[in-house]
Write a protein that binds this ligand. Structure first.
Ligand code: ZN
Length: 671
C-alpha cells in the first residue's frame, strides 16, 4: 500500500485526500518526510560549489515540503477533530519535530553557508524580498542557538525538546478537563434560559451521550448560561468548574507543567545570552521591549479598571435588590450585566439572536471581501476531514486565489477557542502555490433542520478569523518563510481585528442580519441599539483581558517564578484586580501561553494590534468610508499581500503614512 500522505496530490485544488488518509498513515509519513528533509539538507551542505542564495537559502526553503504536506493535514485533524490515536501521534511528533528543528539550527556547515551569504549580502544582487528572507533565516538560526558550542548547544536542544513535550501535554490536559465536565440540567433548571441556550444545551447533551440538556465548558455555551441562568448556585457551580480547568489535581493538572515551562524558558533565554525570556521573545516583535508592552497595557488598565469598578458597584446593587447578599462574585457579573444591558440599551441577546444567522454572517464576510478586494466565493464539494466542514473556491477576475474551508460548530473532539490555519501556504518558489485556509470556531450547533444562530460576539469571532484568512488568501510573496501570517506576533492580529470593524458597519448588517423565520431585516432601531451596546461592559472585558496579559508578561521577566500560581496572585493584587472579575485565561488553562510557544509573552499582542486596527479603520472613515477603494488597495498592497516582506512598523507606515497612538483604541472601547 502506498501512503497517501507521501504522494503528489492529484486532487481538486491539491487538497489533502482526507477520504483516503487513515490515522495509521501519519507516523510512517512523518518518518519518511523527515528522512527526506534530512537528505535534502545534507545535499545543501555537501554541495562543493560556493554558497549562493539559490543553492542554500532557496534550497532550505524547499527542503521540507513533504513534511509540510503531511503535517498540514495532520494538524488540521489534531486540532479540530482529535481522537485518542491522533492525540498519541501528536505526543509522539512533538519531540521528533523539535529534535529535527534543533538539528537543523545547530548544523554548523549549514549555518556557515548562511553566514557567508550574510557577510557578502551587499554583493549578491538580491531583491528586497530575498534580502529580507536572508536576514530572517540567519536571525532564526542565531536565535535558535546556531552560534552555541558544546554543553550550551546540547543543553539548548534538550530544553527545546522538553518544552515541546510540555506544551503538547498542557493542551491535551486542558482538552481532557473540558471534555470530562458537564452539568445535566433538570426541567426546573431551564427556567429563565432563552430557547437558543436550551437548544445548545440539548445538542451538547447529545454530543456527550446524555439524554437531556447539559452545560459544558465550551465558551459558546457556558457564557450564555452564566448570562441568563437566574439560579445563583448553578451559576457558581458552572463558573467554578470553568475556572478550574487545568487545576483539578490528578493526571490532567497543568500547574506543574506551567512552572517547569517557565523555568525552561528562562534557561533558554539565558543560554542565548538574554536577560530574560521576555527580552528574547520581544526582540523580534514590533513592541521590542517589555517596558514598551507594560507601558501600553497600563495606559489602558487605569481607565478600564475605573469603568469596571463603577460597573461592579451598580451590578452589586442590582443583585442586592434581588435579595441576594454578600459581594458580587465572578459568577454573578455576566448575569447582572445582561440584565443591565436590557435596562440600559433595551437589548437582550435572545431578541437579537434570530437575526444573526451563521450562514448570513458568512455571506456578510464574503460580501465585504468582495467589495474591498474583489474576491468571489463559490461552494465546492471536496473530501474534508469532518461532515461539519464546508469549502469554497476563492477567485478574483476568474483567477484562482485560494480554497477557504470553514469548520464552525463545537464538538467534544475539537479544542476550544477559534483559530485560522493554513493547511498549505501561499508561495511561488515551488510553482504558483495558492493557499488552503481553514477557519475553525466553536459555535453551538443547532438541532437538525434548524438554522445556526450566533451572538454578536460569535459573529465578531467569525469576522476576526476571516480577517486572518484574508491575510493568508491574499498573500503574494515568493518565499514560504514570509508568506501570509508569517509576521511579527504583535502585528498578526491587525488584519483580523481590523476586519471585525466591517461587521459593525450599519449597511452590512442591514443587508445580512435577517430574521431566521420571517426573513425580515433587523429593524433599524434594534440595529442601532445593538451597535450602541457593542462597547457595553468594555470595562469588564478589558480588565479580564489585561489581567491575563500582565500576568503573561510578569511570568517571563526576570527569574522564572517557582510557583506561578503565587506569582499570578501577586500580580493581580498589585494591579488591584476587581474581586468579581476573573482572568480571561488563568494560568492552568492559559493555552496561548503554555500550549506551545506562539503567544508566550505575547498575549499583549491583541491590544498592541488593536491600537493599529482602531487607527487603521479610522483611516478608511477619514478617506471616504468603510469601502473606500484606495484604502482597500493600500491595505492589500502593504499589509494583506505583503506577509513578512518588511518590518511591521514599516508596513504600517506605508499603509497609513503615520504611526498610531492609543486614542482611537480608548475611544473604540468607550473608555
Ligand atoms: Zn486572531
Amino acid at each position: 500500500m502506498t501512503n497517501p500522505l507521501l504522494q503528489t496530490w492529484d486532487t481538486p485544488y491539491g487538497l489533502p485526500p482526507f477520504d483516503q488518509i487513515s490515522d495509521d498513515d501519519f507516523a510512517p509519513a512523518v518518518d519518511a518526510a523527515l528522512t527526506e528533509a534530512r537528505s535534502n539538507i545534507a545535499a545543501i551542505t555537501a554541495n562543493t560549489e560556493a554558497p549562493t542564495f539559490a543553492n542554500t537559502i532557496e534550497a532550505l526553503d524547499l527542503s521540507d515540503r513533504l513534511l509540510d504536506q503531511a503535517l498540514g493535514a495532520f494538524y488540521a485533524l489534531a486540532g479540530a477533530d482529535a481522537n485518542p490515536a491522533r492525540e498519541a501521534l501528536s505526543r509522539d511528533f512533538a519531540p521528533l519535530l523539535s529534535a529535527f528543528s534543533s538539528e537543523v539550527s545547530s548544523n554548523k556547515d549549514l549555518f556557515a553557508r548562511i553566514e557567508t551569504l550574510w557577510q557578502d549580502r551587499e554583493n549578491l544582487d538580491l531583491t528586497d524580498e530575498q534580502q529580507r528572507v536572508l536576514l530572517l533565516t540567519r536571525r532564526n538560526f542565531v536565535r535558535s542557538g546556531a552560534q552555541l558550542e558544546g554543553y550550551a548547544a546540547d543543553r539548548l536542544t534538550e530544553v527545546k525538546g522538553r518544552l515541546s513535550v510540555l506544551g503538547n501535554q498542557f493542551r491535551q490536559n486542558l482538552l481532557a478537563d473540558e471534555r470530562a465536565w458537564f452539568m445535566p440540567l433538570g426541567d426546573s433548571d431551564l427556567a429563565g434560559l432563552p430557547d437558543f441556550v436550551i437548544a445548545a444545551a440539548r445538542a451538547a447533551g447529545k454530543d456527550h451521550d446524555v439524554d437531556g440538556p447539559v452545560v459544558t465548558l465550551s465558551r459558546s455555551l457556558i457564557v450564555p448560561f452564566l448570562q441568563f441562568c437566574p439560579n445563583r448556585a448553578l451559576r457558581q457551580k458552572a463558573y467554578e468548574a470553568w475556572a478550574a480547568r487545568g487545576a483539578n489535581g490528578g493526571e490532567t493538572d497543568n500547574r506543574d507543567i506551567a512552572a517547569e515551562t517557565l523555568d525552561l524558558r528562562a534557561q533558554r533565554a539565558d543560554l542565548l545570552g538574554y536577560d530574560s525570556f521576555a527580552d528574547y521573545k520581544l526582540e523580534t516583535e514590533m513592541a521590542g521591549t517589555p517596558d514598551a508592552v507594560r507601558d501600553l497595557l497600563m495606559k489602558v488598565w487605569e481607565p478600564a479598571k475605573a469603568a469596571a469598578d463603577a460597573d461592579g458597584m451598580r451590578l452589586q446593587a442590582m443583585m442586592h435588590n434581588d435579595g441576594e447578599t454578600g459581594p458580587l462574585e465572578p459568577w454573578d457579573w455576566r448575569y447582572y450585566s445582561e440584565k443591565r444591558r436590557k435596562d440600559d440599551h433595551d437589548l437582550d441577546e435572545a431578541a437579537l439572536k434570530p437575526y444573526l444567522q451563521l450562514n448570513r454572517m458568512v455571506e456578510a464576510a464574503f460580501s465585504c471581501a468582495n467589495r474591498l478586494f474583489g474576491l468571489e466565493f463559490s461552494p465546492i464539494e471536496v473530501p474534508l476531514y469532518h461532515p461539519d466542514c464546508k469549502a469554497w473556491e476563492v477567485k478574483r477576475d476568474g483567477e484562482h486565489i485560494a480554497v477557504f474551508i470553514a469548520d464552525y460548530f463545537a464538538r467534544s473532539s475539537k479544542r476550544s477557542g477559534a483559530w485560522c490555519s493554513a493547511m498549505r501556504n501561499q508561495q511561488k518558489l515551488a510553482g504558483d502555490i495558492r493557499p488552503h485556509v481553514v477557519n475553525v470556531c466553536n459555535f453551538a450547533k443547532p438541532p437538525e433542520g434548524e438554522p445556526a444562530l450566533l451572538s454578536y460576539d460569535d459573529a465578531r469571532t467569525l469576522f476576526h478569523e476571516f480577517g486572518h484568512a484574508l491575510h493568508q488568501m491574499l498573500s503574494d510573496v515568493t518565499y514560504q518563510l514570509i508568506s501570509g501570517t508569517s509576521v511579527a506576533r504583535d502585528f498578526v492580529e491587525l488584519p483580523s481585528q481590523l476586519f471585525e470593524h466591517w461587521l459593525g458597519v450599519p449597511e452590512v448588517l442591514e443587508e445580512f442580519a435577517t430574521h431566521a423565520e420571517t426573513g425580515e431585516p433587523m429593524p433599524r432601531d434594534l440595529l442601532d441599539r445593538m451597535l450602541g451596546a457593542a462597547t457595553y461592559d468594555m470595562g469588564f472585558q478589558t480588565v479580564e483581558y489585561l489581567a491575563s496579559a500582565l500576568v503573561d508578561l510578569a511570568f517571563h521577566e526576570g527569574d522564572a517564578p517557582t510557583d506561578p500560581m503565587q506569582k499570578q496572585a501577586e500580580v493581580l493584587e498589585e494591579i488591584e484586580m476587581p474581586h468579581a472579575i476573573g482572568m480571561r485565561h488563568a494560568t492552568p488553562h492559559f493555552a496561548h501561553v503554555f500550549a506551545g510557544d506562539g503567544y508566550s509573552c505575547g498575549y499583549y499582542s491583541y491590544m498592541w494590534s488593536e491600537v493599529m486596527d482602531a487607527d487603521a479603520f479610522e483611516a478608511f472613515e477619514e478617506a471616504g468610508g468603510a469601502f473606500d477603494a484606495d484604502m482597500a488597495a493600500k491595505l492589500e498592497k502593504h499589509i494583506l499581500s505583503a506577509g513578512g516582506t518588511q518590518e511591521a512598523s514599516d508596513a504600517y507606515l506605508a499603509f497609513r503614512g503615520k504611526m498610531p497612538d492609543v486614542g482611537p483604541l480608548l475611544k473604540g472601547r468607550g473608555l
